[in-house]
Design a protein around this ligand. Structure first.
Ligand SMILES: Nc1nc2c(ncn2[C@@H]2O[C@H](COP(=O)(O)OP(=O)(O)OP(=O)(O)O)[C@@H](O)[C@H]2O)c(=O)[nH]1
Length: 389
């Protein structure tokens, strides 16, 4: 389990930063000679003093966690395969979507049990879809599609409706399937910026993503851009140390400056992927939305082609509110991908249909638990199968 990630206190709403607060140089968390121990034989890199970001006037002190420093921090225990019986991903996805399936499935079973297809049945189907958090727009589209399929195929019996609905749902959410492939043809470093509301699962997902891309042979660097919560930074630093992933952090200061320097560090170290964490924020906190726009702008100053992915992490439990979050963050940042977390704890997995209909930003990954293997690329067919089987 990501025990250490779970240790942190309930997320707080970060205090409003001054929109253009000048980052103050901060004392390093580790001494230079200790930092040198991180990469034996390699020169210590205090990065980057050379090119200050126009909007991040003073370069922050960057730290590499040292084994000594990390040794004093709480232990992170990553679930080992032997912790639980090895399930295939489709089994885990199925287990994760159990609550949504129970709600949807039970209600649909009642509908599709038999009898003839009539207006009453369509009305009941509408209620079931809305209850699964699919939203009005997606529900309307699904019903229209199901009606078409029924009339085209001349279906008469309610039991035949199930296949028609499954097909209609697959067609609706299929466009969201667009995996985030990072390979030799991708920009280097590939800059992935992560955003989301408080507690959505950003930091946990970043740990999982780092592992995912590392397992593909890519080098990964994390930027601890959640400068509001010291615990968030420490989580990343400790997690990075335990898993051999470099982390760039500073003790306090400006998220944009951390991101800027981390991109430069990634360039200097020829790292393949950099993942930039950011503090949780609500779309209604306009000053914080300004602040995250600034992070993006400053990243662009370090690398004009970056960020190459702006990913919103969404807690599936928020149901229809997730759609509002997608719209607001997309309007502010121009999202290129989504991560849908905590599907295991919710009956609101149908929200994916609402996203497909109202703001179809690709769902890159879905999360169905807290262990490292519980985040996987989204595939529409697996998702629909897990909902209906
Ligand atoms: N059950 C379950 N829990 C998850 C999943 N993803 C994350 N969590 C848990 O959600 C909680 C919050 O996750 P964090 O990663 O700390 O969230 P965050 O978005 O970084 O939070 P802030 O930095 O406060 O904004 C932690 O307890 C995680 O273990 C998931 O897919 N399933």
């Amino acid at each position: 389990m990501f025990d250490f990630f779970r240790k942190k206190p309930k997320p707080e709403t970060p205090a409003a930063p001054a929109p253009d607060a000048t980052p103050q140089p901060t004392p390093p968390l580790v001494e230079p000679e200790v930092a040198a121990a991180v990469e034996p034989g390699a020169p210590v890199q205090w990065l980057p003093a050379e090119t200050p970001a126009p909007e991040a006037e003073a370069a922050p002190t960057l730290i590499m966690p040292s084994p000594d420093a990390v040794g004093e921090m709480p232990t992170l225990v990553v679930a080992q395969p032997q912790d639980k019986p090895k399930l295939s991903w489709s089994e885990r996805l199925k287990a994760g979507l159990a609550r949504t399936r129970d709600t949807l499935g039970k209600n649909l079973a009642g509908l599709f049990g038999g009898g003839k297809i009539d207006e009453d049945l369509y009305e009941e189907l509408e209620t079931v879809l809305l209850t699964a958090d699919m939203g009005v727009d997606a529900t309307t589209q699904l019903l229209k599609d199901v009606r078409n399929r029924v009339s085209l195929r001349g279906l008469k019996d309610a039991s035949e409706l199930r296949v028609a609905l499954k097909e209609a749902l697959l067609e609706l959410i299929q466009p969201l399937e667009n995996p985030l492939v990072i390979d030799a043809n991708s920009p280097k470093p590939f800059v992935l910026m992560v955003a989301g509301v408080n507690g959505a699962g950003k930091t946990t997902s970043i740990g999982k993503l780092a592992k995912y891309y590392q397992s593909q042979g890519l080098s990964v660097l994390l930027a601890a851009g959640d400068t509001f919560r010291a615990a968030a930074r420490e989580q990343l630093v400790v997690w990075g140390e335990r898993n051999g992933v470099q982390v760039i952090a500073q003790e306090s200061g400006d998220a944009a400056a951390v991101a800027f320097d981390a991109v430069n560090a990634a360039k200097a170290r020829k790292v393949d992927v950099i993942i930039v964490d950011t503090a949780g924020r609500l779309p209604t906190q306009l000053h914080l939305m300004d602040e995250i726009r600034k992070v993006k702008r400053v990243v662009q100053k370090a690398d004009p082609s970056a960020p190459h992915e702006v990913m919103l992490v969404l807690d599936a439990n928020t149901g229809q509110n997730a759609v509002s979050q997608v719209k607001a963050f997309d309007d502010a940042l121009g999202l290129t991908g989504l991560v849908l977390t905590k599907l295991d704890g919710t009956a609101k997995g149908g929200v994916i249909a609402a996203i497909a209909k109202q703001r179809p930003v690709p769902v890159r990954f879905v999360g169905v638990g807290e262990t490292i293997d519980d985040l996987r690329p989204f595939t529409a067919k697996d998702y629909v199968d897990a909902l209906f089987e």
